[in-house]
Design a protein around this ligand. Structure first.
Ligand SMILES: C[S@@+](CC[C@H](N)C(=O)[O-])C[C@H]1O[C@@H](n2cnc3c(N)ncnc32)[C@H](O)[C@@H]1O
Length: 379
C-alpha cells in the first residue's frame, strides 16, 4: 500500500469525482484545496495518469514532516540522490503560500553549496514547477512536492505529470474538426468515460460527432461504439479514427430510437448543445432552445427505457450563461428523466462535495454554453 498525492485540475470537483470513480475503494488520507492524498493498493505510473483527464501531477508520498523540519528533510532526500553528475531538482508547494517555497529553495541552495554538491534548481522566479518544465528535466532530475495538510506537510516525489503535448496533438492535429458541432476537449472525454466507473468492455457514445470520446476511449483500451444522426459528421469521426490508427464501431443512428442488436456496458457522451451561441442572452430568451433540446433528450431516455439498458449513463448536457449572471440548467428536463425511472447518482460523498454532488459543471470563462454532467441508472 502506498500513498499518492494527486494535484487536482482547475475544476476541482470534476477532478475529485473522476479519481473517486477510478479508485472507488481507496481511502482518502488527506484532502486540500489543490490536492488529495489517496492510499492505493497498486503502484501508480505515468500510463495510469495518461488516462485521467482531471489530474495535473501525481507524487508518491515519502514522508510527512512538521513545518520547521521541511528544508532539512528535502535536503536529505535530494542529497541521497546526488551523484557525480550535476543534478537538477525542483520543488513545488500546494495549499501553502508560495513565499515558503522561496525560503526552502534558498536554504537548499545554501546547504548544497556548503556540502559541495553539484546541483541546480529548476524553479523559475521561485514559482512552482510547471508540467512543461518537469518534462524538460525528468530524465536526470527530480521534483519534490510539498502539500500542506491540517497539521503537517506531506512530502512526495513526482512520478507522473499530465502529458499536455499529447492532448494538444490529439485535439488540434486530427483531420476532422468542426467548430459548429462543438469540440469536446480530450481531457473532458476521458473524465466522462472514467465517471462511468466501468473499467473495461464496451462504451457507447450516441452523440459521437467528430468522435473525440471514441478516440479517447479507444486509447484507454475500451471497445467503443459511436453513432450520430449526421452522416457527414460521422464520416469525420471515421477519418479521425483512421488517423489514430484505431478501430471502433461507428454507425448512423438517431438517438431517439432504441438501439437494437448492439451490446454495451456503459454510455458516455456529450449531448447536442444546440447551435453555437456567440453572446449571452436573457434568461427567458433561452426558453425555445431549451424546449427543443428537451424533446431530444426525453426522446433519447425513452428509447433507453424501451431497450431496458441498466448500466451507467454519463451525459454532459448544456447549461447557458445569462446576461443576468445566472446559469440556466435543464432542470425540468432532468426531473422528467427522473420521473421516467432513471435515478441520478452522486459523484462524490457528502464529505468531499460542495453543495450538490449530483451534478458536475464544466465551462471556461469565455464560453456562453457550459456542460453539466450527470450520471443516471435505470431503476
Ligand atoms: C455536441 S456534438 C458532440 C460532439 C462530440 N462530442 C465531439 O467532440 O465531436 C452533438 C452531436 O449530436 C448529434 N445529434 C443531434 N441530434 C441527434 C440525434 N437525434 N441522434 C444522434 N445524434 C444527434 C449532432 O449531429 C452532433 O454531432
Amino acid at each position: 500500500m502506498s500513498t499518492y498525492l494527486f494535484i487536482l485540475g482547475k475544476d476541482r470537483e470534476l477532478s475529485l469525482a473522476e479519481l473517486i470513480a477510478r479508485f472507488p475503494v481507496a481511502d482518502v488520507k488527506a484532502l486540500g484545496t489543490d490536492f488529495v492524498a489517496l492510499n492505493l493498493k497498486e503502484d501508480f505510473s505515468q500510463s495510469d495518469l495518461d488516462q485521467l483527464g482531471g489530474i495535473i501531477k501525481v507524487a508518491k508520498l515519502i514522508t510527512s514532516v512538521n513545518f520547521k523540519a521541511v528544508s532539512g528533510t528535502l535536503f536529505d532526500i535530494l542529497s541521497a540522490r546526488c551523484s557525480d553528475k550535476k543534478m537538477t531538482y525542483g520543488v513545488s508547494v500546494y495549499d501553502w503560500p508560495q513565499n515558503h517555497l522561496r525560503e526552502i529553495l534558498f536554504s537548499l541552495k545554501k546547504a548544497f553549496k556548503q556540502n559541495n554538491f553539484k546541483t541546480r534548481f529548476a524553479n523559475q522566479d521561485y514559482k512552482n514547477i510547471s508540467v512543461a518544465q518537469f518534462k524538460g528535466f525528468r530524465k536526470n532530475g527530480i521534483e519534490l512536492l510539498v502539500a500542506k495538510d491540517s497539521t503537517c506537510l506531506l512530502v512526495g516525489e513526482v512520478v507522473a505529470v499530465q502529458d499536455i503535448d499529447s492532448y494538444s496533438r490529439r485535439d488540434y492535429d486530427k483531420p476532422f474538426r468542426d467548430m459548429q458541432v462543438g469540440m469536446l476537449p480530450p481531457k473532458l472525454a476521458q473524465i466522462l468515460i472514467n465517471l462511468t466507473g466501468v473499467r473495461q468492455g464496451h462504451i457507447w457514445d450516441p452523440f459521437c460527432g467528430g468522435g473525440v470520446l471514441i478516440m479517447e476511449g479507444s486509447l484507454m483500451g475500451y471497445d467503443m461504439l459511436g453513432s450520430d444522426i449526421d452522416e457527414k459528421t460521422l464520416e469525420g469521426a471515421k477519418r479521425n479514427m483512421e488517423w489514430l490508427r484505431m478501430k471502433s464501431d461507428l454507425f448512423h443512428h438517431d438517438a431517439t430510437t432504441p438501439l437494437l442488436g448492439k451490446l454495451f456496458d456503459a454510455i458516455a457522451c456529450e449531448g447536442y448543445l444546440g447551435p453555437p451561441q456567440k453572446r449571452k442572452h436573457r434568461i427567458a430568451e433561452y426558453s425555445p432552445l431549451i424546449h427543443h433540446l428537451e424533446r431530444l433528450y426525453i426522446g433519447f431516455f425513452e428509447a433507453l427505457k424501451e431497450s431496458q439498458f441498466k448500466g451507467p449513463i454519463v451525459i454532459a448536457l448544456p447549461f447557458f450563461k445569462t446576461i443576468e449572471g445566472r446559469d440556466v440548467l435543464m432542470e425540468d428536463t432532468i426531473e422528467k428523466i427522473q420521473n421516467m425511472g432513471f435515478e441520478l447518482t452522486s459523484f462524490l460523498p457528502r464529505s468531499l462535495a460542495g453543495h450538490n454532488c449530483f451534478i458536475l459543471k464544466y465551462s471556461r470563462a469565455d464560453q456562453v454554453v457550459g456542460r453539466a454532467i450527470y450520471r443516471f441508472y435505470f431503476k
